[in-house]
Design a protein. Sequence first.
Length: 237
Amino acid sequence: MSALEQKSHSWTIKAIIFDFDGTLAVLNIDFSSMRAKVFDLMRHYDIAEELIAEKYLLEIIDEVYQILVRRNTSGAEDFYQNAHQILHKIEMEAAEKGRLFAGTEGTLKSLRKKGIKVGIITRNCMDAVRKVFPNIDGFCDLFVSRDSVKKVKPHPDHLIYVMESLGLPGEKAVMVGDHIIDIHAGKRVGMKTIGVLTGRTKKEEFEDAGADFVLNDISEVYRMVEAVENRDAGFLK
């Protein structure tokens, strides 16, 4: 039995949780412009870039908010709202030209028909996702954007909320995404993880992050589920 066969032998897949942007859809968000605008806003509130330890923009906004709160300034709430308005505007502009990948609806429909719970989580705002995927609720059991949780992935609270809502432990689920954030998030709550090569992350990066599988796109997810159930060595090797 190969290493991958051994690794998958104990899998029991009851739910699959998908990232959205880069995994199920293309939004082409201008993250460089988004970051530049938020940092300009920070400087307006006398927050220097050197004070920030966080790497990702949502977490940077939270960190700046906490700094402003500790300074007892009335600007903390204003900064937070203005920063999120910047994110929302740029995400909505991207959503105007966004599209689902060709295999998205078919894959989600097939998984649910098989009796597997489907969740969709994202660091994006709800409005942008629904602009691209208006009937999202008809293709999943649960959709959780950043608007619905205080801490987003890779923080474990995002997926903990999803799994509690679905009534399943992390060990019975798989996290699928196009970024190592998705792999880290899934592993933190005991989930198996799949990286898809539809974003900017390379296969080697997924493997280094500990992804259990790396697939070309989500159209291969259903076949992987069947391969795990049937111990299909041809697919799992």
